[in-house]
Design a protein around this ligand. Structure first.
Ligand code: SAH
Length: 218
Protein backbone atom coordinates (compact mmCIF):
# COMPACT_ATOMS: atom_id res chain seq x y z
CA UNK A 1 0.00 0.00 0.00
CA UNK A 2 1.12 3.55 -0.64
CA UNK A 3 -0.46 6.12 1.68
CA UNK A 4 1.09 9.03 -0.15
CA UNK A 5 -1.59 11.01 -2.00
CA UNK A 6 0.13 13.06 -4.70
CA UNK A 7 -1.03 15.66 -7.25
CA UNK A 8 -0.82 12.93 -9.84
CA UNK A 9 -3.25 10.76 -7.87
CA UNK A 10 -5.56 13.76 -7.48
CA UNK A 11 -5.45 14.40 -11.21
CA UNK A 12 -6.27 10.77 -11.96
CA UNK A 13 -9.21 10.96 -9.54
CA UNK A 14 -10.61 13.99 -11.37
CA UNK A 15 -10.59 11.97 -14.58
CA UNK A 16 -12.26 9.05 -12.83
CA UNK A 17 -15.02 11.36 -11.57
CA UNK A 18 -15.54 12.68 -15.11
CA UNK A 19 -15.77 9.09 -16.40
CA UNK A 20 -18.43 7.95 -13.94
CA UNK A 21 -20.33 11.20 -14.47
CA UNK A 22 -20.41 10.43 -18.21
CA UNK A 23 -21.73 6.97 -17.38
CA UNK A 24 -24.72 8.57 -15.65
CA UNK A 25 -23.94 9.36 -11.99
CA UNK A 26 -25.54 12.72 -11.11
CA UNK A 27 -25.41 13.07 -7.33
CA UNK A 28 -22.85 15.83 -6.66
CA UNK A 29 -22.07 14.63 -3.14
CA UNK A 30 -21.36 11.10 -4.36
CA UNK A 31 -19.12 12.42 -7.14
CA UNK A 32 -17.17 14.60 -4.72
CA UNK A 33 -16.69 11.69 -2.31
CA UNK A 34 -15.21 9.61 -5.16
CA UNK A 35 -13.04 12.61 -6.03
CA UNK A 36 -11.85 12.98 -2.44
CA UNK A 37 -11.05 9.39 -1.44
CA UNK A 38 -7.65 8.00 -2.50
CA UNK A 39 -8.63 4.61 -3.98
CA UNK A 40 -4.98 3.56 -4.21
CA UNK A 41 -4.94 3.32 -0.38
CA UNK A 42 -7.27 0.31 -0.75
CA UNK A 43 -5.20 -1.60 -3.29
CA UNK A 44 -1.92 -3.48 -3.11
CA UNK A 45 1.08 -1.57 -4.38
CA UNK A 46 1.18 -3.76 -7.51
CA UNK A 47 -2.22 -2.38 -8.59
CA UNK A 48 -1.53 1.25 -7.73
CA UNK A 49 -1.12 2.26 -11.37
CA UNK A 50 -4.63 1.02 -12.08
CA UNK A 51 -6.36 2.37 -8.99
CA UNK A 52 -8.07 5.18 -10.91
CA UNK A 53 -9.38 3.09 -13.76
CA UNK A 54 -13.08 2.38 -13.57
CA UNK A 55 -12.52 -1.32 -12.94
CA UNK A 56 -12.80 -3.95 -10.20
CA UNK A 57 -9.51 -5.47 -8.93
CA UNK A 58 -8.46 -8.47 -6.85
CA UNK A 59 -7.92 -7.76 -3.13
CA UNK A 60 -7.01 -11.31 -2.00
CA UNK A 61 -9.18 -14.18 -0.72
CA UNK A 62 -10.74 -14.36 -4.21
CA UNK A 63 -12.53 -11.07 -3.57
CA UNK A 64 -12.51 -7.78 -5.43
CA UNK A 65 -12.80 -4.07 -4.76
CA UNK A 66 -15.96 -2.96 -6.60
CA UNK A 67 -15.74 -0.86 -9.74
CA UNK A 68 -16.00 2.87 -8.85
CA UNK A 69 -19.05 3.25 -11.12
CA UNK A 70 -20.81 0.47 -9.19
CA UNK A 71 -19.88 2.04 -5.84
CA UNK A 72 -21.23 5.40 -7.03
CA UNK A 73 -24.38 3.78 -8.48
CA UNK A 74 -25.27 1.92 -5.28
CA UNK A 75 -24.42 4.94 -3.12
CA UNK A 76 -26.61 7.23 -5.25
CA UNK A 77 -29.56 4.84 -4.83
CA UNK A 78 -29.10 4.91 -1.05
CA UNK A 79 -29.71 8.69 -0.79
CA UNK A 80 -27.39 8.99 2.20
CA UNK A 81 -28.07 11.77 4.69
CA UNK A 82 -25.66 12.90 7.40
CA UNK A 83 -25.87 10.69 10.51
CA UNK A 84 -27.72 7.90 8.68
CA UNK A 85 -27.06 4.56 10.36
CA UNK A 86 -25.93 2.31 7.51
CA UNK A 87 -25.29 -1.42 7.37
CA UNK A 88 -22.95 -2.66 4.65
CA UNK A 89 -22.73 -6.39 3.90
CA UNK A 90 -19.40 -7.22 2.22
CA UNK A 91 -16.65 -4.97 3.63
CA UNK A 92 -14.06 -6.26 1.16
CA UNK A 93 -11.39 -3.59 0.71
CA UNK A 94 -13.29 -1.02 2.82
CA UNK A 95 -13.57 1.43 -0.10
CA UNK A 96 -17.39 1.48 -0.23
CA UNK A 97 -17.55 1.82 3.58
CA UNK A 98 -15.18 4.79 3.42
CA UNK A 99 -17.29 6.49 0.72
CA UNK A 100 -20.38 6.13 2.95
CA UNK A 101 -18.46 7.50 5.94
CA UNK A 102 -17.27 10.50 3.89
CA UNK A 103 -20.93 11.28 3.20
CA UNK A 104 -21.48 11.50 6.95
CA UNK A 105 -23.03 8.06 7.53
CA UNK A 106 -22.43 6.01 10.66
CA UNK A 107 -21.25 2.80 9.02
CA UNK A 108 -21.52 -0.77 10.32
CA UNK A 109 -19.85 -3.14 7.87
CA UNK A 110 -19.75 -6.95 7.89
CA UNK A 111 -17.26 -9.31 6.21
CA UNK A 112 -17.39 -13.15 6.17
CA UNK A 113 -13.73 -13.73 5.26
CA UNK A 114 -11.68 -13.58 8.45
CA UNK A 115 -8.33 -12.69 6.85
CA UNK A 116 -9.89 -9.92 4.79
CA UNK A 117 -11.78 -8.62 7.82
CA UNK A 118 -8.52 -8.27 9.78
CA UNK A 119 -6.64 -6.67 6.93
CA UNK A 120 -9.34 -4.10 6.15
CA UNK A 121 -10.00 -3.35 9.80
CA UNK A 122 -6.32 -2.43 10.14
CA UNK A 123 -6.43 -0.29 7.02
CA UNK A 124 -9.55 1.65 8.07
CA UNK A 125 -7.98 2.34 11.50
CA UNK A 126 -4.93 3.74 9.81
CA UNK A 127 -6.58 6.03 7.28
CA UNK A 128 -9.20 7.32 9.75
CA UNK A 129 -12.11 8.23 7.49
CA UNK A 130 -15.18 9.02 9.56
CA UNK A 131 -17.29 6.66 11.57
CA UNK A 132 -16.88 2.98 10.57
CA UNK A 133 -17.26 -0.16 12.66
CA UNK A 134 -16.21 -3.50 11.19
CA UNK A 135 -17.59 -6.95 12.08
CA UNK A 136 -16.49 -10.50 11.22
CA UNK A 137 -19.88 -12.19 10.69
CA UNK A 138 -22.23 -13.79 8.21
CA UNK A 139 -23.97 -10.75 6.76
CA UNK A 140 -26.92 -12.91 5.76
CA UNK A 141 -28.09 -12.49 9.35
CA UNK A 142 -27.50 -8.75 9.46
CA UNK A 143 -26.52 -7.14 12.75
CA UNK A 144 -29.59 -7.52 15.01
CA UNK A 145 -28.03 -5.95 18.12
CA UNK A 146 -27.49 -2.64 16.26
CA UNK A 147 -30.78 -2.65 14.32
CA UNK A 148 -32.77 -0.87 13.04
CA UNK A 149 -30.81 0.77 10.21
CA UNK A 150 -31.75 3.78 8.05
CA UNK A 151 -30.00 2.28 5.05
CA UNK A 152 -28.48 -1.05 4.01
CA UNK A 153 -26.21 -1.98 1.13
CA UNK A 154 -25.17 -5.45 0.00
CA UNK A 155 -22.01 -5.44 -2.14
CA UNK A 156 -22.06 -9.14 -3.13
CA UNK A 157 -24.40 -10.76 -5.66
CA UNK A 158 -27.42 -12.37 -3.95
CA UNK A 159 -29.92 -14.97 -5.19
CA UNK A 160 -32.57 -13.83 -2.72
CA UNK A 161 -33.21 -10.98 -0.31
CA UNK A 162 -32.38 -12.07 3.25
CA UNK A 163 -35.43 -11.79 5.54
CA UNK A 164 -33.19 -10.79 8.44
CA UNK A 165 -32.11 -7.67 6.57
CA UNK A 166 -35.69 -6.62 5.82
CA UNK A 167 -36.53 -7.09 9.48
CA UNK A 168 -33.65 -4.82 10.55
CA UNK A 169 -34.64 -1.96 8.22
CA UNK A 170 -36.31 1.15 9.69
CA UNK A 171 -39.71 2.19 8.39
CA UNK A 172 -38.86 4.60 5.58
CA UNK A 173 -35.46 2.90 5.30
CA UNK A 174 -33.79 1.76 2.07
CA UNK A 175 -31.97 -1.48 1.16
CA UNK A 176 -29.89 -1.64 -2.05
CA UNK A 177 -28.96 -5.16 -3.13
CA UNK A 178 -27.88 -6.79 -6.42
CA UNK A 179 -30.12 -9.85 -6.81
CA UNK A 180 -30.92 -12.55 -9.37
CA UNK A 181 -30.51 -16.19 -10.39
CA UNK A 182 -27.87 -15.61 -13.06
CA UNK A 183 -24.29 -14.33 -12.89
CA UNK A 184 -25.62 -10.92 -13.82
CA UNK A 185 -27.59 -9.36 -10.95
CA UNK A 186 -30.33 -6.75 -11.07
CA UNK A 187 -29.68 -3.76 -8.84
CA UNK A 188 -32.72 -3.67 -6.58
CA UNK A 189 -33.91 -1.01 -4.16
CA UNK A 190 -36.31 -1.94 -1.39
CA UNK A 191 -38.03 0.80 0.61
CA UNK A 192 -39.80 -0.13 3.80
CA UNK A 193 -43.17 1.63 3.61
CA UNK A 194 -44.53 0.36 6.94
CA UNK A 195 -44.21 -2.62 9.30
CA UNK A 196 -45.39 -5.09 6.65
CA UNK A 197 -45.13 -3.29 3.33
CA UNK A 198 -41.99 -3.10 1.18
CA UNK A 199 -41.76 -1.30 -2.15
CA UNK A 200 -39.40 -2.73 -4.80
CA UNK A 201 -37.67 -0.91 -7.66
CA UNK A 202 -35.33 -2.49 -10.21
CA UNK A 203 -32.42 -0.87 -12.02
CA UNK A 204 -29.47 -1.97 -14.24
CA UNK A 205 -27.62 -5.29 -14.22
CA UNK A 206 -24.21 -5.74 -12.60
CA UNK A 207 -21.72 -8.51 -11.91
CA UNK A 208 -20.59 -9.17 -8.32
CA UNK A 209 -18.66 -11.79 -6.38
CA UNK A 210 -21.19 -14.17 -4.78
CA UNK A 211 -23.07 -13.50 -1.55
CA UNK A 212 -22.23 -16.64 0.47
CA UNK A 213 -23.64 -18.01 3.71
CA UNK A 214 -21.55 -18.70 6.79
CA UNK A 215 -18.08 -17.37 7.63
CA UNK A 216 -14.66 -18.43 6.34
CA UNK A 217 -12.05 -18.67 9.12
CA UNK A 218 -8.65 -18.48 7.49
N1 SAH B 1 -17.68 -3.27 -0.64
C1 SAH B 1 -16.47 -3.93 -1.08
C2 SAH B 1 -16.75 -4.95 -2.17
C3 SAH B 1 -16.09 -6.25 -1.85
S1 SAH B 1 -16.61 -7.65 -2.79
C4 SAH B 1 -15.42 -2.92 -1.50
O1 SAH B 1 -15.71 -1.73 -1.57
O2 SAH B 1 -14.28 -3.32 -1.72
C5 SAH B 1 -17.88 -8.33 -1.74
C6 SAH B 1 -17.46 -8.81 -0.38
O3 SAH B 1 -18.62 -9.43 0.20
C7 SAH B 1 -16.38 -9.87 -0.35
O4 SAH B 1 -15.31 -9.44 0.44
C8 SAH B 1 -17.08 -11.11 0.26
O5 SAH B 1 -16.22 -11.88 1.08
C9 SAH B 1 -18.19 -10.47 1.06
N2 SAH B 1 -19.32 -11.32 1.38
C10 SAH B 1 -19.94 -12.26 0.61
N3 SAH B 1 -20.94 -12.86 1.29
C11 SAH B 1 -20.97 -12.29 2.54
C12 SAH B 1 -21.74 -12.50 3.72
N4 SAH B 1 -22.72 -13.41 3.80
N5 SAH B 1 -21.48 -11.73 4.81
C13 SAH B 1 -20.50 -10.80 4.78
N6 SAH B 1 -19.72 -10.57 3.70
C14 SAH B 1 -19.94 -11.30 2.59
Amino acid sequence: MNFNDTYRHKGLRKKLVATIQEKGIKDKKVLSAIGALPRHFFLEKAFEEWAYQDKAFPIGNEQTISQPFTVAYQTELLQIKKRDKVLEVGTGSGYQAAILALLGARVYTIERQEALYHKTNGLLDKIEVGNIRTFFRDGYKGLPEYAPFDKMIVTAGATDIPKALLKQLKIGGILVIPVGDDASKKMTRITRVDEKKFQKEEFDNFRFVPFLKGVNRK
